[in-house]
Ligand binder design. Structure first.
Ligand code: GDP
Ligand code: GDP
Length: 455
């Protein structure tokens, strides 16, 4: 590293930063208009400006990356939804429930200028039941005169209310310090793997693609072990299913089974639920309706899994309904619409007839193997050397930036850090990613490549 002009400490720092494991999740909950979205914007600051673009995919984000005092975490925003037919209490409760489920810690936002309402009390009951660490945010305390309003919120029984003005930034730093004190370093359950309990699968997809049918099929055909598994703290919303001779944990299945049909805000709940399931899972099985066109919603769900860095399997359901013509058009559609996840293993199944159910497990295992792949540094650098020699970066302004060396900083999913002598263009990065896949496989997993440039 030193001969190439990189400080050894910088290199180590870059590797550590890129190689982080799964991040803990913070949920921000509360009634509408208390300032949740404003607060989340404070948390994420300018980081959002640097998210990588995925062309052709619309984002419908509810989770964001945040960083405070050098620690990284994810934030689930429950703003951006509307009160629906259930009425205010039920809808606040429903969104809070999903968000809390996904979270390792919670910021509960109350409007200090209004004080605690019945709806706030209802959320407090949920928070008690969930037993996760909570930081109470007394928002809209824009100046010292509001501090006494904040103090009134001791009555909620959630400990110290932190007076904050999300709008002006007042008190947010102190509150974030308090958040970091209760937020664990890693998600509540570290990922399974060898000897670490059943692997966690999220079965996701838009309404009516056949999620509950598929779940019933696999749960019926294979023996369902209710709670016999020693040493696993099982969420009641998860289901332990034996499949292909192995035990799997299908996460958040209650959401699939419960089938709350909401009108307004239904899409939002669906997004939140999907995000919660994805956060908890190692591998996402995205179910698509093969009889139907691939929709924007399908794309969003796939993007959620990819952005979260989970292994991915695409399962085309309702294969029993396909005629030859539809099959032809489906293949064309997949090529044009899902090209960015061409690396995901694919199975064509029917929850109705049971067709190809036995292919689901091998696909999941392939994706998990790709997700955990580690490329030895020697092999990686031999590959990079050849790549740079056979396909150098284009010359820009009389200079030719070069990839000098690289290392894999982490797995689950594979993360690489490359060290370069100058700015590496987007197109060349894409090329490297493509070649990495050609060389090392990475079937069923997103990969991350970050580039450090020598000062
Ligand atoms: P959400 O529905 O909980 O996500 O609330 P928003 O973040 O959309 O905020 C609702 C309204 O409250 C907006 O008009 C914000 O500008 C305002 N607001 C949010 N935080 C503060 C604050 O700290 N002080 C004041 N005065 N207004 C705020
Ligand atoms: P979910 O909303 O994703 O849980 O979807 P459901 O499991 O409720 O299925 C929606 C509809 O599709 C129901 O009428 C199912 O009977 C039907 N369905 C599910 N899987 C299949 C399949 O493989 N073939 C056919 N023909 N219909 C299916």
């Amino acid at each position: 590293a030193r001969e190439e002009g990189f400080d050894l400490e910088d290199v180590e720092g870059a590797i550590e930063e890129a190689g982080h494991g799964p991040l803990p999740v913070l949920a921000v909950v509360g009634r509408p208009n208390v300032g949740k979205s404003t607060l989340v914007n404070r948390f994420i600051g300018r980081r959002e400006a640097v998210v990588e673009d995925t062309p052709g995919v619309t984002r419908d984000r509810v989770t964001y990356d945040a960083e405070w005092s050098g620690r990284r975490f994810k934030v689930v925003d429950t703003g951006g939804w509307e009160q629906d037919v259930l009425g205010i209490d039920a809808s606040v409760a429903a969104q809070a429930e999903y968000a809390i489920e996904a979270a390792d810690a919670v910021v509960f936002v109350v409007d200090a200028t209004v004080g605690a309402t019945d709806t706030d009390e209802a959320v407090v009951r949920l928070l008690r039941k969930a037993g996760k660490p909570v930081v109470l945010c007394a928002n809209k305390v824009d100046g010292p005169s509001g501090e006494s309003d904040a103090a009134m919120l001791w009555s909620l029984g959630l400990g110290e209310p932190h007076p904050v003005s999300a709008l002006h930034g007042r008190g947010t730093g102190d509150m974030l310090d308090a958040v970091l004190e209760v937020l664990p370093d890693a998600p509540r359950e570290s990922f399974g793997g060898q000897g670490g309990g059943p692997r966690r699968v999220a079965l996701i997809g838009r309404p009516n693609v056949g999620k509950s049918s598929l779940l019933n099929k696999v749960a019926r055909e294979e023996r369902v072990v209710v709670d016999a598994l020693a040493g696993t703290t099982r969420d009641p919303v998860d289901e332990i299913i034996e499949l292909g001779g192995k035990t799997w944990r299908f996460v958040d299945t209650a959401g699939i089974r419960k089938r709350v049909h909401l009108q307004q805000g239904a899409d939002y709940y669906a997004s939140l639920r999907t995000a919660a399931a994805v956060e908890k899972a190692e591998v996402a099985v995205v179910l698509l309706d093969a009889a139907d066109s691939i929709s924007v919603q399908d794309q969003r769900i796939i993007t959620m899994a990819v952005d979260a860095g989970r292994a991915l399997v695409l399962a085309y359901n309702k294969w029993d309904t396909l005629d030859e013509e539809r099959r032809y058009y489906l293949e064309r559609e997949i090529e044009s619409e899902l090209g960015q996840v061409a690396w995901a293993p694919r199975v064509n199944v029917s929850a109705r007839t049971g067709r190809h159910m036995e292919k689901l497990v091998p696909a999941i295992e392939t994706a998990l193997a790709g997700w955990e792949t580690r490329v030895p540094t020697g092999r990686l650098n031999a590959f990079l050397g050849e790549l740079v020699a056979s396909h150098p970066h284009p010359v820009r302004g009389g200079k030719q930036p070069r990839i000098l060396f690289g290392t894999q900083a982490g797995t689950k999913p594979p993360r690489f850090v490359l060290f370069a002598s100058g700015f590496i263009e987007h197109g060349y990065r894409r090329y490297i990613e493509r070649r990495l896949r050609e060389e090392f496989g990475f079937e069923g997993t997103p990969i991350h490549v970050s580039v450090r440039v020598r000062e």
